[in-house]
Design a binder for this molecule. Structure first.
Ligand code: ASP
Length: 440
């Protein structure tokens, strides 16, 4: 398969929520013959108050497991697909499929099996509507029996199955182990399937069609009508998603990044808009100082003080050992001369509080340990952090003017991000202040 000639197009749940959305999707696909491989999500919300099919499936399966009547709810789900199918004039009956699903629910086929049926059925419908062959993800996306994703085997199976196929619809979100048991990725995982397919067919582009204009420079729930990001690098995307910007599943980046396949986030409801492009390098015109501002609340900072810490060898190793033996990952580790601080999510800390304190005491014999459990992290991402002078001055002035107290500063070693720790209550104020000062 030739690079550049193939586009893998993934459509999110809201892009396929009803027949009207299916029509838009078909128009988009037919407009460019390079859109040969299509990865659908399950039907999403059709508006306020509506429920996603995936959520309905989880709920329905929980009823089945509790031994309660669930056929009514399953019937509602069937009705959603029937509506789409009949409005599109597809002579496709899903009667048999639903009979199988009903029996499988009765037999407790598993929550992941239940959830996966949303994508499976939507894939069948979309394939019929587009006239594309259907490839069941259970055949090509591989997990081990414990539900751990198998990357290399998946790539092998996908390449093998899709080689020589001109087109296909491959449902997102799930796969299977060798015994045929279904496993899913975490929520939003159809993005991951799309990226895996893009890698397998060596696509020139991975299009991710959704219901937003692209990545925004800040959370619109915090900043009033933030600007859209036109282009960014994978590294910046990684920083932003990690800090809470949710457009793309975190795990969807690595398969395409390694192959140098660009990702293009686009809006199914406004295909004329430019969206957001993500690639390894940007052209000088695409360079902006600040790519985005994002953050998350509820972190705990553990500060460990020990006299002459700077002169001791092995201190950091023992510190990390304490975290490792408790299977705790950390987010940041800023340090001073006699103190070192480890920041991790509050929930993680709470889970292992006593054990980690014991380990730290035993391994480090510190002079003092201080715990601050009121920390939110705010990260500013952008190449300008390194190359534009005066950014740091504006950054700190803005926070000072907004009376935000900074508890921690960490400039990432890749120099495309700067993270600060503030009180949870200052989180929104800090983001707004930084946005106004650095972007507007
Ligand atoms: N349908 C699944 C979910 O709701 C997966 C996806 O949409 O990507 O999480």
């Amino acid at each position: 398969m030739q690079k550049q000639s193939v586009i893998v197009a993934k459509f999110g749940g809201s892009s396929l929520a009803d027949a009207e959305q299916f029509r838009k999707v078909k128009t988009i696909i037919e407009e460019n013959p390079a859109r040969r491989f299509v990865v659908p999500s399950a039907p999403g919300r059709r508006g306020e108050g509506d429920e996603k099919v995936t959520d309905l499936l989880y709920r329905c399966y929980a009823e089945a497991c509790a031994g309660r009547e669930f056929m009514g709810l399953l019937g509602q789900i069937q009705e959603r697909y029937r509506e789409i199918s009949s409005s599109l004039g597809l002579g496709l009956s899903l009667e048999h499929e639903f009979a199988v699903i009903g029996q499988a629910f009765q037999a407790r086929a598993g929550e992941q099996y239940a959830a996966s049926r949303g994508e499976y059925l939507n894939g069948l419908l979309l394939a019929a509507y587009l006239g594309y062959p259907f490839v069941d993800a259970a055949e090509v996306i591989r997990f081990d029996p414990k539900g751990r994703f198998q990357d290399e085997r998946t790539n092998f199976f996908l390449q093998d199955r899709l080689r020589g196929m001109a087109r296909a619809v491959i449902p997102g979100f799930y796969g299977a182990d060798d015994a045929g048991n279904i496993h899913t990725f975490s929520r939003g995982g159809s993005d991951v399937t799309g990226a895996l397919v893009a890698r397998a067919v060596q696509a020139g582009l991975y299009e991710n069609w959704t219901d937003v204009p692209g990545f925004l420079l800040a959370d619109p729930g915090i900043v009033d009508r933030p600007r859209k990001i036109d282009a960014m690098t994978y590294a910046e995307l990684r920083e932003l998603s990690y800090r809470g910007a949710t457009v793309l599943h975190e795990e969807a980046v690595y398969p395409v990044r390694r192959e140098g396949i660009s990702i293009h986030i686009r809006n199914t409801n406004h295909p004329e808009e430019r969206g957001t492009v993500i690639r390894s390098r940007l052209s000088p015109e695409e360079e902006t100082a600040i790519t985005g501002i994002a953050g998350r609340k509820h972190f705990t900072a553990i500060s460990i003080a020990k006299n002459r810490l700077n002169a001791q060898t092995g201190f950091a190793r023992k510190l990390l050992e304490a975290f490792e033996e408790n299977e705790l990952a950390f987010e940041h580790m800023p340090s001073g001369i006699d103190t070192i601080c480890v920041i991790l999510p509050c929930a993680e800390y709470e889970r292992k509080k006593d054990a980690i304190m014991d380990s730290l005491q035993r391994l480090l014999q510190p002079d003092k340990i201080k715990v601050d459990d009121d920390m939110a992290l705010v990260t500013v991402v952008g190449r300008g952090m390194r190359s534009v002078s005066g950014i740091a001055a504006r950054f700190f002035t803005a926070l000072g003017d907004a009376r935000v107290n900074i508890k921690m500063i960490d400039m990432g070693s890749n120099e495309i991000n700067c993270t600060i720790g503030v009180s949870n209550r200052d989180f929104e104020t800090a983001i707004r202040a930084l946005y106004d000062a650095l972007v507007e």
